[in-house]
Design a binder for this molecule. Structure first.
Ligand SMILES: Nc1nc2c(c(=O)[nH]1)N[C@H]1C(S)=C(S)[C@@H](COP(=O)(O)O)O[C@H]1N2
Ligand SMILES: [Mo]
Length: 262
């Protein structure tokens, strides 16, 4: 009996987290904000199963496909926040990000911060990958940056840490009770993945503001909303519920799958 239920849930899960989600658009998901809506409830049930199922299917350190330079057909299409207006970000941008710091804190042995110059001097990795947005578009682009894993090791991740929360500068939404800042999160497997890079270069140019300057994390086996732009802090935690509405990210809080694997 329980087996049948599990299987039925699994089929429903596949339908929600598979191609159906990819065909629909970010902007078209507003109906998910309705907590009692049937679509939202199905998405929430799906979240629990997709993580274990996708992990089992994808494996731990499989590389995302990399492409040839000839397959880059156009510039990286900017989406979501493209020009943040928070005072903190405007001040940094004004100074060409000279005062920027990336901080790693939370469940670590020591909090560490890196300037842009320090990040650019660390081991560099370049990869040409395809970005898939749930709005139904994809872009192949060349990303240059430094792998996140060694930086986490410098901070010393405590054994109790389970997730990285990625905090961004941009006010993705302005409400009467204040700005909502973009954030997302991943597990440690994705954080330590060899293609997870803190990128500062895009298609052989300095990463532009519209695509997340000065630093944007790539998590190549995940959907577009799991690729935080305007990143300033990585917080190691054992629980995602204290952040936002508790589902691990700005879009995740509206009902998007937390794992968001592709
Ligand atoms: N900080 C921040 N990160 C973000 C977003 C955003 O609005 N703010 N949008 C997400 C979504 S839905 C997508 S598809 C990609 C878009 O990245 P791009 O502008 O480089 O194409 O960034 C993701 N990361
Ligand atoms: Mo997206």
């Amino acid at each position: 009996m329980s087996r049948l239920i599990t299987r039925r849930n699994f089929l429903r899960t596949s339908a929600v987290s598979g191609s159906g989600l990819i065909l629909a658009g970010c902007d078209q998901f507003d109906f998910l904000a309705d907590k009692s809506g049937p679509a939202r409830q199905i998405m929430e049930r799906a979240n629990v199963l997709t993580y274990s199922v996708q992990r089992a299917v994808i494996g731990e350190q499989t590389l995302a496909r990399e492409y040839a330079a000839s397959e880059i057909r156009q510039g990286m299409r900017p989406n979501g926040s493209v020009d943040p207006t928070t005072p903190e970000y405007l001040a940094l941008k004004e100074a060409n990000f000279a005062g920027y710091k990336l901080t790693i804190k939370g469940l670590v042995d020591r909090e560490v911060s890196f300037s842009l110059a320090e990040l650019r001097n660390m081991p560099e990795r370049t990869q040409i990958t395809r970005h898939d947005c749930v709005e139904g578009w994809s872009c192949i682009a060349k990303w240059t940056g430094t792998p996140l894993g060694p930086l986490l090791d410098m901070a010393g991740v405590k054994s109790t840490a389970r997730y990285c929360v990625y905090h961004c500068f941009d006010n993705i939404q302005r409400t009467l009770s204040g700005d909502i800042l973009y954030y997302t999160s991943s597990d440690l497997i994705d954080a330590y993945h060899p293609q997870s890079i803190l990128s500062y270069g895009l298609n052989d140019e300095v990463l532009p503001v519209s695509n997340g300057a000065p630093i944007r994390l790539r998590i190549e086996r995940a959907l577009g909303y799991k690729q935080p732009k305007y990143l300033h802090t990585i917080e190691l935690v054992d629980d995602l519920t204290p952040f936002g509405k508790g589902r691990g990210g700005y879009w995740e809080d509206t009902g998007y799958d937390w794992y968001g694997g592709i």
